[in-house]
Design a protein around this ligand. Sequence first.
Ligand code: AMP
Length: 283
Amino acid sequence: MITFKKARELQEYLDQHRRKNEDIGFVPTMGALHDGHLSLLKTSLKENKLSVCSIFVNPAQFNDPTDFKKYPSSIDDDIFKLETNGCDILFLPTVGEIYPGGFNVKRNYDLGYLDTILEGEFRPGHFQGVCMAVEKLLQIVQPNKLYLGQKDYQQCMIVARLIQLMNLQEKINVRICPILREKDGLAMSSRNMRLNNEERAKAPALYETLIFLRQNIRNGSLRDIKKEATERLQKRGFKTDYVEIANAKTLKPINEWDARTNIVGLIAAHIDNVRLIDNMMLN
Ligand code: AMP
């Protein structure tokens, strides 16, 4: 694996390969890598001649500075995992490399309603910050295929929108990969490292609530089932930001279901100081 810290050097290297028509797959991450991240890398390795993984904890996307400070970091371990899983290239930029003019110069991406619902409502400015980093990373790497996890369902839609805004939809193929879970159903996440034993034992409740929704969903009003799911989580000690059922294609919340529209259940909930998200297709 070759590690690049400078965008220019990475670009020069990738250009040589592009000239030979080699496909480039790209897996952007914020590090503290787990098997979920590695599953994206494995898919990229299968589908491309070259796979680039980036590790960049993007300060612009943290609406809560404490969350940024506490974001787990395990760079030596990450490098070992990438090496042993066959990653070709690691891009490890500094904040200055991605934001030479600083990251407080806010951009305004036209993300429409996606920017203000669900994660956008509870983390104002989050997706604008995501777009700042992803735009820059895509300009540097110029991948043929981009690998994203369904774990961040709304983020996948935001990035697809960003690619449209950048007019790159013909050039970049977005691949959405399934959520990898622990044995007890907890979706793998870098933030899980911050759970103590007691919190970790409670954490599968998000998954269990999604299963409850999937098993009990009926056509007609969804008000009661959303309420019951929320109460189940609260009874187990969670503070819920949202328990929502949405149109799987548009992410618009659904209150009356026709039993045909594809729907997704989405949850964001805090267990003490750790905020977890999860989602599941419900039909
Ligand atoms: P992050 O490092 O949290 O920014 O995640 C980097 C990429 O890995 C994103 O596209 C995530 O959606 C994806 N990812 C995170 N957790 C999982 C998981 N449990 N299963 C599959 N992909 C994941």
